[in-house]
Design a protein around this ligand. Structure first.
Ligand SMILES: [Cu+2]
Length: 148
């Protein structure tokens, strides 16, 4: 075997392993309709909404969230009890394999608490999703008055 052939062989084996590694370990979600609702002046919390698509063959579990804008992020679901909206805390979000979940007004949402300065319309919020696998994904959400 000439040196050239050997180098080439090494490179392709490495390439195959690199591909397999990426495919098995990194499950990135596709993000759509991500936005943060502008809160009325003086409000102490903002709600964020997003659609998350998982095209992998394994469920993706979102264990927690963080953002530099805000002291604390929580996962909530709005439920209606006797026509009164109450917010329920969720420990995690599971995006099913080859499926999607929708966070939207009146349902599941991300609660941003303790904003270091009031979030302004048009501002972009950067938010980290922390997966149970230990990986993270950064998403960007514009601050808007409404979903338009
Ligand atoms: Cu909430």
């Amino acid at each position: 075997m000439s040196t050239g052939t050997f180098k080439c062989w090494c490179a392709s084996i490495f390439g195959i392993f690199a591909l397999l590694y990426c495919a098995s370990v990194f499950a990135e979600l596709r993000i759509e309709n991500a936005w943060v609702k502008l809160a009325p002046p003086g409000a102490r919390a903002n709600a964020a909404y997003v659609q998350l698509y998982n095209s992998s063959d394994a469920p993706v579990v979102i264990q927690s969230l963080s953002a530099t804008c805000c002291a604390e992020l929580m996962l909530h679901r709005t439920r209606y009890v006797n026509d009164k909206a109450i917010m329920e805390h969720l420990d995690q979000l599971i995006v099913p394999a080859n499926g999607k979940i929708t966070l939207a007004p009146g349902g599941m949402h991300i609660m941003l608490l303790g904003a270091r300065k009031p979030l302004q319309q048009g501002e972009q919020i950067e938010l980290e999703l922390h997966f149970a696998s230990g990986q993270q994904q950064t998403i960007h959400l514009p601050v808007k008055a409404d979903d338009d």
